[in-house]
Design a protein around this ligand. Structure first.
Ligand code: ADP
Ligand code: ASP
Ligand code: MG
Length: 406
C-alpha cells in the first residue's frame, strides 16, 4: 500500500463532467489499495472571476479580505469532488487548508507554509477515507485565512507529499507534461520525459506557469519526484526529479514572462553609493527587483535600469519620483510594454556559444534587446512585448529545429 498525493488544477475540475473524471482517477488508485490525498484548485476561472468581483466593490480592498474571498474557490471544488466520490460509493472527506493543518506566514496573498500538521489527514486516511484538501490556502497566527500566491495549489500538494512522505506526487493539469515551450502557443513544442528540479525551477520562475515555482523548490528540498500529466488523456507525463547522472540537455525550454515592467533612473550622478540608495528605497517597501543594468558613466552621469513585477510599477515610480530629484538624477522612465524571454538548460554551463546563438536569432528576427541577465543555466533578455511571441517562436525553432529532432 502506498500513499499517493494527486493535485488537480482548475480546468480539471471545471464542471460536473470533469469532476466525475477526476473522481474516476482518484478512486481507481484507491481501489488498488492505496491511501489517496487529493488537492484541488478552484474551478475554471473562478479565482480570476473573484478578483473581478472584488474590483466592482472596492478597487483596493485589504489583502485579508481578498484572501477570505479567494480561498472560497477551492472550498467549492473540494466539496463538489467529495460529493462525486461519495456518489461513486467511496468513503471521502473534504478538508479546508486550516483543517488539513496548513500553518502559514501572515502575508496575505503570498503566504508561505511554515508548518504542516498532518495529523487530521492521517486520522482520516486511517479511517480509510479518501481525503480531498483545498489547495492554495492555509491559516496564519491570527487564525485568518491566507492564500499562497497564484498557482499555489501545486505547492500545497508538494507540501503534503513532503510532510507525509508520500510515495507518489502527481500534478494533473490540462497539458500532458512539461514541454520545451508553452504547447498552447508554440506548435512545435516537444514534451520532455523528465526534467531536473533546477531547470524546472528556472522555467517556472521565468514564466512557464505549468508548475508553481515554490512547489518545485520544495520538491527539490525534500527530494519528492513529481509527475506532471493530463487529467484528460491519461498518458504518461513528465517526471521532475534530480538528474545527476544524465547527459545534460543543452536547452530544456524557452519561457516568457509578460508580468514585468522596466524602470530607468536617468542621469544619475556617477559617484559611489547611488545604486545602494535607489535600491534600498525600493526594497524597503518589499518590492523585488529582477534584472539590473547600469550604464558606464559618461560626462559625470549614468543611467540605472531595473525590472519589477508589473503590479509594482506604479508603487516603484511613486517611491522614486521625489527621490530622483534629491539624488540629482534628471529623470525617471517606466515601461510595462515589455517581456522577458528566457532559455533554460543545464548544458549551457559547459557549452559555449549558447548566448551568441540566442542573440543571433533575435538579431535575425529584428528584435531589439533592452536588457540581458544570465545565470549558469539560463539566459534572459528583456524585449518589447510586441516582439515577444515572435522571439519565443524563433528561439524555440533555433534550439529545437523541427528536422533536427531525434
Ligand atoms: P492548472 O490549472 O492545472 O494548475 P495552469 O494553467 O496553472 O494549470 O498550468 C498549465 C498551463 O501551463 C498549460 O495550459 C500551458 O499553457 C502552460 N505552460 C506554460 N509553459 C509550459 C510548458 N513549458 N510546458 C507545459 N505547459 C506550459
Ligand atoms: N486557484 C488559485 C489560482 O488560480 C490557485 C491555483 O490554481 O493553483 O491561482
Ligand atoms: Mg497552476
Amino acid at each position: 500500500m502506498s500513499l499517493i498525493v494527486q493535485k488537480f488544477g482548475g480546468t480539471s475540475v471545471r464542471d460536473a463532467e470533469r469532476i466525475f473524471n477526476v473522481a474516476d482517477i482518484v478512486t481507481s488508485k484507491y481501489k488498488e489499495g492505496n491511501d489517496v490525498v487529493v488537492v484541488v484548485s478552484a474551478q475554471g476561472d473562478t479565482t480570476d472571476d473573484f478578483i473581478e468581483k472584488a474590483a466592482e466593490i472596492n478597487k483596493s480592498p485589504s489583502k485579508r479580505e481578498m484572501d477570505m474571498l479567494l480561498s472560497a474557490g477551492e472550498q467549492i471544488s473540494a466539496s463538489l469532488l467529495a460529493m462525486a466520490i461519495e456518489k461513486l460509493g467511496f468513503p471521502v472527506v473534504s478538508l479546508l487548508g486550516w483543517q488539513a493543518g496548513f500553518h502559514t506566514t501572515s502575508s496575505y496573498g503570498n503566504a508561505r507554509i511554515k508548518r504542516l500538521d498532518g495529523s487530521r489527514i492521517r486520522k482520516e486516511l486511517d479511517k480509510k477515507n479518501i481525503v480531498v484538501v483545498t489547495g492554495f490556502q492555509g491559516v496564519n497566527k491570527y487564525d485568518d485565512m491566507t492564500t499562497l500566491g497564484r498557482g499555489g495549489s501545486d505547492t500545497s500538494a508538494v507540501a503534503i507529499a513532503a510532510s507525509m512522505h508520500a510515495d507518489l506526487c502527481q500534478i494533473y493539469t490540462d497539458v500532458d507534461g512539461v514541454y520545451t515551450a508553452d504547447p498552447r502557443k508554440i506548435s512545435g513544442a516537444v514534451k520532455l520525459d523528465s526534467i531536473s528540479y533546477d531547470e524546472m525551477l528556472e522555467l517556472a520562475t521565468l514564466g512557464a506557469q505549468v508548475l508553481h515555482n515554490r512547489s518545485v523548490e520544495m520538491a527539490k528540498k525534500y527530494n519528492i519526484e513529481l509527475e506532471v500529466l493530463s487529467s484528460l488523456t491519461r498518458k504518461k507525463g513528465t517526471i521532475v526529479k534530480e538528474e545527476k547522472n544524465m547527459e545534460k540537455m543543452l536547452i530544456s525550454g524557452v519561457a516568457k514572462d509578460e508580468n514585468i515592467a522596466r524602470i530607468s533612473v536617468i542621469g544619475v550622478p556617477d559617484k559611489p553609493g547611488l545604486a545602494f540608495k535607489i535600491f534600498s528605497k525600493v526594497s524597503a517597501k518589499g518590492i523585488n527587483i529582477d534584472i539590473i543594468l547600469q550604464s558606464i558613466g559618461r560626462n559625470g552621469t549614468k543611467d540605472i535600469s531595473f525590472t519589477v513585477e508589473k503590479s509594482k510599477m506604479q508603487e516603484t515610480i511613486d517611491i522614486l519620483k521625489e527621490y530622483t530629484e534629491k539624488l540629482g538624477a534628471t529623470g525617471l522612465v517606466a515601461d510595462d510594454e515589455v517581456a522577458k524571454v528566457s532559455i533554460v538548460g543545464a548544458g549551457m554551463e559547459t557549452n559555449p556559444g549558447v548566448a551568441s546563438a540566442m542573440f543571433e536569432c533575435l538579431y535575425g528576427n529584428n528584435v531589439n534587446i533592452q536588457m540581458i541577465s544570465t545565470s549558469e543555466i539560463k539566459i534572459s533578455v528583456l524585449i518589447s512585448k510586441t516582439d515577444s511571441d515572435r522571439a519565443v517562436a524563433a528561439i524555440h525553432d533555433k534550439f529545437f529545429p523541427v528536422n533536427g529532432r531525434d
